[in-house]
Design a protein around this ligand. Structure first.
Ligand SMILES: *Cc1c(COP(=O)(O)O)cnc(C)c1O
Length: 494
């Protein structure tokens, strides 16, 4: 008989409070001093493995108190801090502290947001979050959607909906091999790698991707796009969708969405926008023109864990007609309208996407949206852009730096030694900047990433960071020049 279970997993109320308060105290200290720490220690895997040791799975348990205090120390001392004011690599934001508390609360209640009956209030909160995200980026609040783990999943979810909508009707039962026409999709050559994974995952194969060249402005070349569609139609292909990018991952360029919407209409194609990074900037009144056409999209991917400052993981798929998600992901089409006992329609998120059991990731997004508000986001996103422009200006003014691109909150630039002999040696400059980036990434003073622009190896700073201030930008310029000189001195002597 199992009675009055004295188990090793439950934590009694007083212990929970004590351990919890201690954890919260140490997290509060961590956040308050994050700017004083190195961004990263750049430790090699083997030294980290030493910290963990090689013990087997523990035979017996250990106190939660001890585990959590040891583990906080481990994480606070050996992590890369993307919440540091000088972290601007790739596209990972500082995480809103309320998001950490939200995740704790969500895990404590632990609703399964796959079905309404298992997550009554959480499902409604996710629905409201989706509606607010639509309003945020300026599309109709009739868009429906779902929160997923990130941009890749958000794009996959939309991709499969597009396939269901535009491929032959029997594709769900017969599969892709039954189609004699090659299904094709169209995107600029700067599109993120998710597109290749999507065509592999959903059976089209990577040959289905028509990589369209870009113009001088780095936008998809619409003329070539249209000619490619026409040629494919002539050759018996079955074009499915056009993918526009709203903030490309390297340099932040936004395609002309309005024109892409028109081309999609003309050829009856699905119009998807990958706005994983950039689309939240549509909230800035002065940028409305840049995002014109967004309201025509059949689907949009965006990442709250990027420019909405949500902690990882939170991505989102928005679909103009959410019925397309149900058509794609519901395996019981006869039960389209789930009715609760009260005769109301209840939304079951397992029918909207790939996951079945789902966590409550909406909570952190929902709370941050309310904590910051529309005005607050306009200010934060606007300042990120302003700081990025400042960095571009400073690079432009500096004799040993070359400013390359500036779009949204991404600036690319490179170090150029003052030495005449090397100034125009592109091979040397590429090598120099690659070494410089490697040095910066492990040095801990600042974290940047790289971009290749017109065959030039550049440093790339993407500011999605509410902790970054003007001072940081000034200091980063100094750091880059100082380390750039060191690397050059070393390199030119070899
Ligand atoms: C970041 C990004 C992705 C991938 O998103 P994850 O959240 O990393 O999965 C896709 N497309 C664009 C444009 C991105 O910026």
């Amino acid at each position: 008989m199992v009675k009055n279970r004295d188990n090793s997993i439950e934590i009694n109320k007083n212990d929970f409070k004590k351990i919890g308060y201690e954890l919260i105290d140490s997290i509060a200290d961590f956040i308050a001093t994050i700017d004083k720490k190195p961004v990263t220690l750049g430790e090699v895997p083997s030294s980290l493995q030493k910290l963990l040791g090689t013990n087997s799975l523990p035979e017996y348990g250990k106190s939660a108190d001890e585990l959590l205090s040891e583990t906080s120390k481990l994480l606070f001392e050996h992590s890369l801090f993307n919440g540091h004011p000088k972290f601007m690599g790739y596209i990972t934001s500082s995480a809103a502290p309320i998001g950490a508390l939200a995740d704790l609360l969500a895990a404590a209640v632990n609703p399964n947001v796959g079905a309404h009956i298992l997550s009554p209030i959480a499902t409604e909160i996710e629905k409201q979050t989706i509606r607010w995200l639509s309003e945020f980026i300026g599309v109709s609040s009739n868009y429906g959607g779902i929160l997923v783990s990130g941009g890749n999943m958000a794009n996959f979810t939309a991709f499969l909906a597009a396939r269901t909508a535009k491929a032959p009707k029997n594709i769900k039962s017969k599969g892709i091999s039954n189609s004699t026409n090659q299904l094709t999709v169209y995107c600029s050559k700067t599109t993120h790698t998710w597109i290749e994974k999507a065509t592999i995952l959903f059976g089209l194969g990577t040959d289905a991707v028509r990589w369209i060249p870009t113009t001088k402005a780095n936008q998809i070349d619409e003329k070539i796009l249209e000619n490619t569609i026409k040629a494919d139609l002539k050759n018996g292909c079955l074009p499915l969708m056009i993918i526009g990018t709203a903030g490309d991952v390297s340099t932040g360029v936004v395609d002309n969405l309005n024109n892409l919407a028109a081309i999609s209409k003309k050829y009856d194609l699905w119009f998807h926008i990958d706005g994983a990074y950039g689309v939240p900037a549509a909230i800035i009144p002065g940028l409305k023109n840049l995002f014109k056409g967004i309201e025509e999209a059949d689907s949009i991917a965006l990442d709250p864990h990027k420019w909405l400052y949500s902690p990882l993981e939170a991505g989102c798929t928005l679909v103009k007609n959410p019925q397309h998600l149900i058509d794609t992901f519901s395996s019981h089409p006869e039960y389209y309208n789930f009715t609760s006992t009260e005769g109301e329609v209840a939304q079951n998120y397992y029918e909207f996407g790939l996951q079945n059991s789902r966590g409550f990731r909406a909570l952190k997004v929902w709370l941050t949206l309310q904590q910051v508000g529309k005005k607050g986001y306009i200010k934060l996103i606007g300042e990120d852009i302003e700081l990025s422009k400042l960095m571009f200006q400073l690079a432009k003014q500096h004799d040993e730096l070359q400013a390359i691109t500036q779009n949204l909150s991404i600036t690319t630039f490179r170090y150029i030694p003052s030495d005449e002999k090397y100034k125009t040696d592109e091979t040397y400059l590429n090598k120099l900047n690659e070494l410089l980036l490697n040095k910066l990434q492990t040095g801990g003073e600042v974290f940047l990433s790289n971009a290749i622009v017109n065959n030039n190896y550049c440093l790339r700073a993407c500011i999605v960071n509410f902790r970054t201030a003007t001072e940081d930008i000034n200091e980063i310029i100094e750091i880059v020049v100082r380390v750039g000189r060191e690397i050059h001195l070393n390199l030119c002597q070899n």
